[in-house]
Design a protein around this ligand. Structure first.
Ligand SMILES: Cc1ncc(COP(=O)(O)O)c(C=O)c1O
Length: 962
């Protein structure tokens, strides 16, 4: 009999639990939860839908059955998603390697140099392929990258026009996402066939988007259109296929201001829609207005080059409703994979892959022409449109019988996209689907450029940096990946006690099915009959998550918490408007809220009004009531986080939600802190109308170094129809299946899509499915209680050294605690930064810094850490406090002590004379314990301001490191 998974997931064992409860003065876990969670909000309804917990083996067997209900046919569908070969060395050493997938967003650059370098490779590769100056470190997908391109154009354009032009030949999903987002912001979209429109006939606009090559496959020179957009004072956004860009003239060379797209076909499986890294690159001059994260080069305190996230003040955390975008979690792991695909193949390898694709497309053209078929366009890279009046469905059906999927464009056109994995035999099968048997008489040459017109053939170089020329052998590649991973601190080294981030275990069994082809190789627009297994899994998750949170409907489409917020607020907006309440546009948000909340509200077309928080961190009820009165009929919504971002169960939450409902508003509860609530209280029961959940927190999807994420949006029945739908969804009823009856679900989601793919990042849903399935309802509840126990234990042990800033009425915190370091600074001069960096010397990732309050550390230990690791952290924090006291006592000078000099690299303690007031040993081995397990940071403290002043966002020359 194998051990229950709950005991594998929860790090605190029975003995430890007893000891911790005794220290806190509670009889049992239930007793501490009774004291911590206000009685008024406690969940009354027993959970019914989640089955009794499965063992790891049983869960895998059930996943296997679900996988067997999917059918993977060879996809020639294209439309933004292509077959690709993930290099095995990248799959094993990145995607399946916890050193990469369990890392957090690189906000602490000293312990993130490996993934920062990988992301810089990504930025360099993308910007050079796009022919533009700067690329960011990933977007959530192509369609949302297009939206961000439009918003950037609006910010940067001086045109008074409110019109954004959209080429008729953009992908259908892009158009659908763009339309929804533009509508919310009052932007007019004008769709035109740009390739066939005379440039001087273009209307006034602040920008335009075109697909290059088009969704139809058509390859044309858009420089005339781009010039015309510029003449109107607008910016040109080009959604470009990265593989095509190895052979065709880059958007930058054609005059584009912004290039966007996906890097999926650079080694990242289609995965039934995602996750994949979108990209966004800009011409010089626009970099300070870009959305998303940007990696840059700075220097450390020894003057050595060091990577860091640059221009962070642009980020939503700082700028709130002034943020350039609401994107927080992005797609780091997938960006790393795409970058490493580029590193492994190099420019020549990429060009060869593209040439093969182009030549195969040419071969397909010749076969189709010979068979008498009519092609829509002459020039293309990989996609051929075939005119088949009235026969499209028949051709698609015949292709499917031969194991091939094609794209049906209405009743009269079929599109075929060739990719890296396509074989000549498949081309023959595809042609046969048109009713013509082929005999394989055509030869083809791998190294031509297919049907790319001479005038559009690329002549400029790209990816010239040595990193793209060095790692051709698998040995070299494996070692490069290992070298980078070794520079980073991820969960496979130790605890990452980041408040608000829930860095819990991402169990191996949960991860197992992600790479099974039945989940990873599905095209997001594959036909309904091919995706039954995934839809059943999706319906399970929708049903379970709805019940666990007290809502009626769930959409798994949003690709991160921020997108769930946006979808939820758009649902509120849709609801108000459906009732004729167009005037309800004010969104109340507490001052302590996460920055994405305000940014999302702005993007949903709402006006943000800030509510004060009390000294204890609760929503200030008096201020709330005053603001409700002040905004009267304009009130659309209140957005709160529960437990609050201060890590406290607010007792008045029901009064807060009631006050908003009484005034005709809707309540959005940010579910990022669900790990403190699951099994004990439900958002739907405490007055929430809609919430997003972060599956990459509570439901074990790994953070991947800053993404992927999944941010489902859950809502009450009255909002369900406004949840995001999708024009290409296999099923529009939700859940897709009622998992008890097996019947098609009942609720239609009719809101505009917020992601390119109908079910968002579907290929990582097995992770959360497996977690819920193996924990069962009781296990999830247990996880919550243990997370709360761990946070309270840490708070108790550290309280006398660092004041715990907030607690509930009974002195208890929820699943995290905010340590106030401001008194320490006053007394000793030691800053929160010094403590965070010194923790690195002690072998820890710092807790969340200065959120939600400047000068604090927010610690969230989670249920997965065992007592030994909690104690190690506590000891380190206490030792650091003593070090700070030594500074205050004058034993160490303020300007030269182990805190201000932290972190210490190996080189810093061996090079030259040691002239500090503390020993080398204390510098690098401050803690007792296993010295062989030491984490050595690769750089000293990184100079943040220098990097912002001297913007370098591409790979620096090797000499810079000499
Ligand atoms: C309270 C809160 N809300 C929203 C978010 C945004 O979620 P995401 O990063 O998945 O977009 C976060 C992310 O850390 C958060 O902590």
């Amino acid at each position: 009999m194998s051990m229950p998974f709950t005991d594998r997931h929860i790090g605190i064992d029975q003995d430890a639990r007893r000891l911790m409860l005794d220290a806190l003065g509670f009889e049992s876990l239930e007793a501490i939860m009774d004291a911590a969670v206000p009685a008024a909000i406690r969940q009354q309804t027993p959970l019914r839908t989640l089955p009794a917990p499965a063992t790891e083996a049983e869960a895998l067997a059930e996943l296997r059955t679900l996988a067997d209900h999917n059918t993977v046919r060879r996809s020639l569908i294209g439309q933004g998603y292509y077959g690709t070969i993930t290099p095995a060395v990248v799959q094993r050493n990145v995607l399946e390697n916890p050193s990469w997938y369990t890392a957090y967003t690189p906000y602490q650059p000293e312990i993130s140099q490996g993934r920062l370098e990988a992301l810089l490779n990504f930025q360099t590769m993308v910007s050079e392929l796009a022919g533009l100056h700067t690329a960011n470190a990933s977007m959530l997908d192509e369609a949302t990258a297009v939206v961000e391109g439009m918003l950037l154009a609006r910010r940067a354009s001086k045109s008074p026009s409110n019109t954004f032009l959209v080429d008729a030949d953009v992908f259908a999903q892009t158009h659908a996402v763009l339309a929804g987002r533009a509508e919310a912001l009052g932007i007019d979209l004008v769709v035109l066939p740009l390739a066939d429109t005379a440039p001087d006939a273009l209307p006034e606009c602040f920008g335009a988007i075109l697909q290059y090559p088009g969704a139809s496959g058509r390859l044309w020179n858009p420089s005339g259109v781009i010039d015309a957009v510029h003449a109107h004072g607008g910016l040109a956004v080009v959604a470009a296929d990265l593989l095509a860009l190895t052979l065709v003239t880059s958007p930058g060379e054609l005059g584009a201001d912004i290039a966007v797209g996906t890097t999926q076909r650079f080694g990242v499986p289609m995965g039934f829609g995602g996750p994949h890294a979108g990209y966004l690159a800009v011409r010089s001059g626009l970099e300070r207005q870009m959305p998303g994260r940007l990696v840059g080069v700075s220097k450390d305190s020894d003057g050595r080059p060091a990577y860091r996230l640059t221009l962070q003040t642009r980020e939503q955390h700082i700028r709130r409703d002034k943020a350039t975008s609401n994107i927080c979690t992005a797609q780091v792991l997938l960006a790393v994979m795409a970058a490493m695909y580029g590193v492994y193949h190099g420019p020549d390898g990429l060009r060869r892959i593209a040439q093969r694709v182009a030549q195969q497309a040419l071969l397909l053209r010749e076969m189709l022409l010979e068979a008498g078929e009519e092609l829509v366009h002459d020039d293309f890279f990989d996609t051929i449109s075939v005119r088949v009046p009235g026969r499209a469905a028949q051709v698609a059906e015949a292709a499917s019988e031969r194991g091939i999927l094609v794209w049906q464009q209405g009743a009269d056109e079929v599109r075929l996209s060739v990719d890296e994995t396509t074989t000549v035999a498949e081309l023959h099968d595809a042609v046969a689907a048109f009713g013509h048997e082929q005999h394989g008489t055509h030869g083809w040459f791998e190294h031509g450029t297919g049907r790319i017109p001479a005038a559009l053939q690329r002549t400029s170089e790209f990816m010239t940096h040595p990193v793209f020329h060095t790692h051709r052998s698998e040995t070299s590649m494996m070692r490069y990946l290992k070298r980078l991973a070794d520079r980073d601190y991820a969960l496979d080294r130790g605890m990452i006690p980041l408040g608000s981030c829930t860095m819990k275990l991402n169990a191996a069994t949960e991860m197992a099915a992600v790479t099974w082809p039945e989940f990873s190789a599905l095209h997001p627009f594959a036909p309904l009959e091919d995706v039954q297994g995934s839809l059943v899994m999706i319906s399970h998750l929708e049903t379970w998550l709805a019940e666990l949170t007290g809502y009626d409907a769930v959409s798994l489409q949003p690709n991160a918490g921020s997108q769930g917020e946006l979808a939820g607020l758009l649902a509120i907006r849709g609801y108000h408007r459906s009732r004729g309440d167009e005037h309800r546009t004010v969104c109340l948000i507490p001052s302590s809220a996460h920055g994405t909340n305000a940014a999302s509200a702005v993007l949903a077309g709402m006006r943000v009004v800030v509510i004060a928080t009390t000294e204890t961190g609760d929503v200030d009820l008096a201020d709330l009531r005053a603001k409700i009165v002040e905004h009267g009929e304009s009130l659309a919504a209140l957005m709160i986080t529960y437990p609050s971002t201060h890590g406290v169960y607010e007792h008045d939450v029901m009064e807060v939600t009631q006050a908003v409902h009484d005034a005709g508003g809707q309540v959005y509860i940010d579910g990022a802190n669900l790990n403190a609530l699951l099994g004990y209280a439900r958002y739907g029961d405490i007055g929430g109308d809609v919430s997003h959940l972060n599956l990459h927190k509570t439901f074990c999807i790994p953070h991947g170094g800053g993404g992927p994420g999944v941010g489902p949006v859950a809502a009450k029945a009255h909002l369900a129809e406004f949840l995001p739908g999708h024009p290409l969804a296999q099923m529009d009823q939700h859940p897709p299946f009622d998992h008890v009856t097996g019947m098609v679900g009942a609720v239609e989601h009719r809101g505009a899509p917020v992601s390119a793919a109908p079910y968002g990042s579907a290929s990582i849903l097995p992770i959360s499915w497996a977690y819920a399935r193996m924990m069962g309802a009781d296990g999830l509840r247990d996880a919550t209680a243990n997370a709360v126990l761990a946070a309270n234990y840490v708070a108790l042990r550290l309280r006398e050294h660092y004041p715990v800033l907030y607690a509930g009425e009974n002195g208890l915190v929820a699943h995290e605690c905010v340590l106030d370091l401001r008194p320490l600074r006053e007394a000793t001069g030691v800053t929160v930064d010094d403590v965070a960096k010194r923790l690195i010397d002690y072998g820890f990732h710092a807790p969340t810094m200065s959120f939600p309050v400047a000068g604090t550390l927010m610690v969230e230990p989670t249920e997965s850490e065992d007592l030994a690791e909690l104690e190690r952290f506590i000891r380190a924090m206490i030792a650091i406090r003593l070090e700070a006291d030594a500074v205050a006592d004058g034993r160490w000078p303020e300007g030269d002590n182990p805190l201000v000099n932290a972190p210490h690299t190996a080189e810093s303690v061996i090079a030259g004379e040691w002239e500090h007031a503390y020993s080398r040993e204390l510098a690098v081995y401050p803690a007792d314990g296993d010295r062989t397990a030491k984490y050595w940071p690769p750089v000293r403290r990184v100079d943040q301001a220098y990097g912002d002043r001297n913007l370098v966002c591409a790979c620096p020359p090797i000499e810079a490191f000499a």
